[in-house]
Structures are given as structure tokens and as C-alpha cells.
Design a protein around this ligand. Sequence first.
Ligand SMILES: [Zn+2]
Length: 271
Amino acid sequence: MSGPRDWSPGEPRRPGVVRRVLPVALAFAIIACGTVYLRGDLQGLIGTAPGSPRSVAATHRLYAATRPVGGRCAGLPRDPDARAGVTLRALARCLDGMWAASLAEAGIDYTPPAELRLVRVPADAACGKEDHDWAGIYCPRERVVNVLVQSGGRAAPMMFTLAHEYAHHVQEVSGIADRRGSETFDEAWSRRLELQADCLAAAALRVVGPRLLREQRRMAAADAGDPDGQAASYRQSHGSGASSAAWIARGQRTGTVGACNTWGVPATQVS
Ligand SMILES: [Zn+2]
């Protein structure tokens, strides 16, 4: 049995074929152009844009880990300021333990950073970047955490920096920071990544350093109004001081990874 045919193969094609095919081709071309032109809007509709509750980073299984991340850190020296390097290495070992437990809860294997590099000058960091204006930096390719250690400096801000860079490592090993998807990896994406690292750092330090987190929130909130060019570009990629303070407060209050889902909230909360 054969189905209905538009025309007999033996006969020359009739002009009606062009009339039938042309509208389909035109419609296809319009959809294709529209897809390119409206890419951002369509991503929002389909759910792949950062900020969409269905984006890959927003629905990551790590958010299902419900126990608070942070616990005590037995190896920390009594006076954390005496030798900041010793304090940071002890904290790093605790952070490895905390994150291994949290990721295991979500069925994800945790591997510690390849190296913790405590540097005196930014040029000694492992990333080889030109940008030297940082207190800490994570090199995703090398999986190296770098923290700038100033001699005689207080340990508290360096401890927060270490926990923030560790959070970037967690984003990397868990796949939250994966850049191979269809999302747009612009400054808005960077703000969500950075503010999540602030929140995760606070979740990890909530038992170890509640005072240093309060101090960090105060410093972030005070930073809000500076219109200077460099500070403005930092806000573009890392979020405003007010946003940072809000996410640190959230991480400190709840301690869970799920509360640090910066990828599923409206843009106003990650400005
Ligand atoms: Zn960062």
C-alpha cells in the first residue's frame, strides 16, 4: 500500500510545488533570524539564561545538600594573627574536610586544590595573569588557590579571602562554573559566580569566624558608593558592596549551599 502522493515521479514538477515549498523556507529563515536576534529573550524563556530558575547552574544537584557546610576547625592556632601562613594552612585543611562532606552529600567527589599558594606579591600567583589587583585569586585551569599574605597583617580578612577562593574551587570541581553551556558568560554571569563565592565562604566560616564575617559585611556595605573607575569595574564583575554584604549574611545565617543559589534569583539581587 502506498500513501497519497503529491505528484507522480514520472511527471515534470508542477509550479504548485514552488508555491508550497517557498512559504516553508521563508518561515524557516524568519525563525532562524529571530533566534539569533532574540537569543537573550529566548534563553530567558527556555531557561538557560543565568537568573532563570531552570539554568544549569541554578538547578545543580549540589543545592540538594541540606546540611550546613561549616563546622569547627580544630587545627586553628590560638592566636590567628601570630603567623598568618600557619593559620591559613590550618584553615585550608578544614575547608577541604567541610567541602568533601558537603559534596559527598550530593554524590559528588571532592578533590582538594592542586596547591595552596601563599604569595607575598601578586606576580607569584600560579595563573600568570596581568591583573595584579587582588587579595586572592583562583586559577581554574591549574586548580591553584592563591592568597596574598602581608607580613604583620591581620589574619581575618585573609581567612575570608581563602574561603572565597576555596568556594571558586568548589564551583569548579562541582561543575557549577562550567562554561561549556549555552549561557552568556558576561559580567552578569561573573557577578552571580562571585556573589555565590561570598555566600559559600560565609557558609563555611559561620562557626569558625562569626566575628570576621560581621567585619567583612561591614566593610563590603561601606564600599557601596565609590564612583571611582576601578571600583566601578570591580562592582561590574563582582557585584556591589551591598549585594556582597547581603549574600555573606545569607550564607552566615543558613550555612547551606542551597541558600547560596545566586543563579536562580532576579538580576536585582545580584547587581
Ligand atoms: Zn572571586
